[in-house]
Design a protein around this ligand. Structure first.
Ligand code: TRP
Length: 547
C-alpha cells in the first residue's frame, strides 16, 4: 500500500469515509470549516491543506499535529467535559493526557452505579513495550480497580499479518508485554489475558462480524486496495471481535483505551455492533418514518394542536396546515419533506409512539417481540409501534428479546484516547528508534542516560531561561514528569511546571532529576517484572505459539 501518496494525492470525493482522507472530508456534520490555526485561513490550495490535515491511520505514523482537529473533524469528544464526573480520576485524566473519548458516558454511569462494565485493549507485539504503552496498561488497571472486567490481549495475528513478524519474535515480545502489564498491577485472576490466535471465541465472532462488512468499506476506511493481503483484512475483523468480546456473555458498556490512531477501528466496531442488532428503536408520530429534523417539527405541531382539538385527535393534515401557517424554527430544512409526509398521511391521527424496526431479527424473534410489547401497540409488516413504552424501556426490551433468541445485543463500544508521547529526541516516539523512547526493558542506567541526553524546550542560554522561563508545554522532559515520573503527585508535577516556566528551573538540573527518577522507576518496574514471572507461568496463556 502506498498510503502517503493516497493521503496527499488522490483522496477523492468517494473516499470520504477514509480516516486518512483529508480530514475535513470526514466531518460528521459536513459543516463549513472553522479553522483553529491562523495559517489556514490564508487562501491555501486544497492540496496544501490536505498535507496539514490530521490523518488517523492505524498502521501509519502515529503523530497527531493538532489534537483539536480530532474534535472538529472526527467527532471525538473532549474528555475534560466528563472529568468532573469521573470518580477519583487517574492522573492521566487530570493532566489532559487522556484528552478525548467516544461515548464514554455509559461506562462512567455503570462505574458510578456499580453496574457491570468492561475495559479492553490490545498490544501488537512488534517490539519492546515502552513508556508509551504504559499509559494504556495503567488505563486498563485503573478501570479494573474500579470494578470493570479488564481484558488485555496480544494482537499476534495483526503483528504477523500487518507487520510481518515471525511467530518466534511475536512470542518473545508477547511475554514482555504481559510481564509489564502484570508488574504494573493488572490482576489476571479478575481480568483476562489472551492472544488473538488462541482465542477460538474471538475467531468465531470475527467470522460473524466479517459477514457485516465488505471490501469497499475496508477500502474506504483503511485505504486497502487490490494489493492488500487477505490476512491483513482478517486482522481487522479480528480486532472488531476483540472489541466486542467482553460483551459476548452479556452486553455491557465497554471502554477501549487506545491512541487516537485506533479511532477508525472503534468507529467500525460501533457500526458493526449496530448492524448485528435484531431491532432498531426509533420514535415516530404516525405510520410513516421521519428523520430527526422532521420529528422536531412533528413534535411542535403535535404539542401545539393537542390542546386545541376537543376529541384529543390531531390529524396529519391539520398538523401540515399548522406548520404551513406558523413560522417554526427549522435548522435542518426538514419542513418540505415533513409537509409532504403529513399531507400524504391525510386524516391519519398524529400520535407520538416508540417504534421497533425489524432489522436482522428471525421470524420467531419478531413474533416474540410482538408478544412482549405490553399495552397499546400496532403491528405492521416490519415494525411495531408502542404507545406506552418509553424509548429506554423499548430499547431494553428489544435487547432482551434479541438475546433470548440467540442475538448478541451488543452495546456500541466506547473509547478513550491518550496523547502520544513526544520522542526524547523530539519528533514522535517510535518503537523503531531506540533513542526516541524508553523501553520498559531498558537498563536503569540506559534510561538515565537517555533522559539526560533528551531534547528540552529550554532557551539558548541559562540567562535567557532565567529571564523568559522555559517552555514546559513543548518540552519532552516535562512530558516525562507529567505522563510518568510525577505519578499521582499533582503538586510535584505543578511545581516542576511552575519552576520551569518561571525561569527558576534550568534544564540541566531538571533533566538530572528526571533521569534519576526514570532510573528508579525502571529498576523498580523490572524487579516487579521478575516477580510477575511466576504469575505468568501459572496463567492459562499460550506463551508459545502453535505454529
Ligand atoms: N491494533 C492495535 C495496535 O495497533 C492492537 C489491537 C488489536 C487492539 N486488537 C485490539 C487495540 C482491540 C484495542 C482493542 O496496537
Amino acid at each position: 500500500m502506498t498510503r502517503d501518496t493516497d493521503v496527499h494525492g488522490t483522496a477523492g470525493a468517494d473516499d470520504d469515509q477514509r480516516p486518512n482522507a483529508r480530514a475535513e472530508d470526514v466531518r460528521p456534520d459536513g459543516g463549513s470549516e472553522e479553522r483553529s490555526s491562523s495559517n489556514h485561513s490564508r487562501g491555501r490550495t486544497p492540496r496544501e491543506e490536505a498535507v496539514d490535515d490530521v490523518a488517523l491511520d492505524p498502521w501509519g505514523s502515529s503523530a497527531v499535529s493538532d489534537y483539536r482537529k480530532l474534535f472538529e473533524q472526527f467527532g471525538i469528544e473532549e474528555f475534560d467535559a466528563l472529568l468532573p464526573e469521573v470518580p477519583d480520576p487517574h492522573y492521566l485524566m487530570r493532566r489532559g493526557v487522556i484528552f478525548g473519548h467516544r461515548d464514554y458516558r455509559p461506562v462512567l454511569d455503570a462505574m458510578r452505579n456499580d453496574e457491570p462494565f468492561a475495559a479492553l485493549s490490545g498490544f501488537m507485539p512488534t517490539g519492546d513495550p515502552h513508556i508509551g504503552h504504559k499509559l494504556v496498561f495503567d488505563e486498563l488497571i485503573w478501570h479494573q480497580e474500579r470494578g470493570g472486567d479488564a481484558y488485555g490481549l496480544i494482537a499476534d495475528l495483526e503483528a504477523h499479518s500487518a507487520r510481518g513478524l515471525s511467530w518466534d519474535e511475536i512470542d518473545e515480545h508477547a511475554r514482555d508485554y504481559l510481564l509489564s502489564l502484570l508488574a504494573l498491577g493488572f490482576d489476571p485472576e479478575e481480568g483476562e489475558l489472551y492472544r488473538q490466535s488462541a482465542n477460538r471465541e474471538v475467531q468465531d465472532l470475527a467470522f460473524e462480524l466479517g459477514a457485516e462488512a465488505n471490501f469497499s468499506e475496508l477500502q474506504s476506511i483503511y485505504g486497502f486496495d487490490g494489493e492488500t493481503d487477505v490476512s491483513h483484512m482478517q486482522s481487522v475483523v479480528t480486532q472488531m471481535a476483540d472489541i466486542l468480546y467482553p460483551q459476548l456473555e452479556e452486553p455491557k458498556p465497554t471502554v477501549i483505551p487506545v491512541g487516537p490512531d485506533q479511532d477508525p477501528h472503534v468507529r467500525l466496531a460501533r457500526d458493526l455492533a449496530a448492524r448485528t442488532r435484531y431491532f432498531g428503536v426509533t420514535e415516530a408520530y404516525a405510520s410513516f418514518e421521519a428523520d430527526p429534523g422532521e420529528r422536531v417539527l412533528l413534535a411542535r405541531a403535535h404539542d401545539a394542536l393537542e390542546d386545541r382539538e376537543n376529541d384529543g385527535t390531531v390529524r396529519c393534515v391539520d398538523a401540515a396546515e399548522w406548520l404551513e401557517g406558523t413560522d417554526v424554527d427549522d435548522p435542518t430544512d426538514a419542513l418540505p419533506s415533513a409537509l409532504e409526509k403529513l399531507h400524504a398521511a391525510g386524516k391519519e391521527p398524529l400520535r407520538p409512539r416508540t417504534r421497533f424496526l425489524d432489522r436482522n431479527a428471525t421470524d420467531e424473534a419478531f413474533e416474540a417481540l410482538i408478544e412482549a410489547v405490553e399495552g397499546e401497540k400496532r403491528v405492521y409488516e416490519a415494525h411495531i409501534d408502542s404507545f406506552e413504552l418509553s424509548r429506554e424501556e423499548a430499547e431494553s426490551l428489544a435487547r432482551e428479546v434479541e438475546i433470548d433468541h440467540g442475538g448478541y445485543g451488543f452495546l456500541a463500544p466506547s473509547s478513550i484516547y491518550h496523547r502520544f508521547m513526544t520522542g526524547l529526541t523530539g519528533g514522535k516516539m517510535s518503537s523503531s528508534i531506540p533513542a526516541s523512547h524508553i523501553s520498559l526493558l531498558d537498563e536503569p542506567e540506559t534510561g538515565y542516560e537517555k533522559v539526560n541526553s533528551a531534547t528540552t524546550a529550554g532557551r539558548e542560554t541559562a540567562e535567557l531561561q532565567r529571564e523568559l522561563g522555559g517552555e514546559a508545554d513543548k518540552c519532552p522532559v516535562y512530558e516525562l514528569y507529567a505522563y510518568l515520573l510525577a505519578g499521582d503527585d499533582d503538586e510535584f508535577a505543578k511545581e516542576v511546571y511552575d519552576e520551569c516556566v518561571g525561569g527558576e528551573r534550568l534544564c540541566g538540573d531538571c533533566k538530572e532529576q528526571a533521569a534519576r527518577l526514570m532510573e528508579e522507576f525502571l529498576a523498580e518496574h523490572q524487579e516487579k517484572r521478575e516477580e510477575a514471572e511466576g504469575l505468568l507461568e501459572e496463567l492459562d496463556f499460550e506463551l508459545d505459539s502453535r505454529r
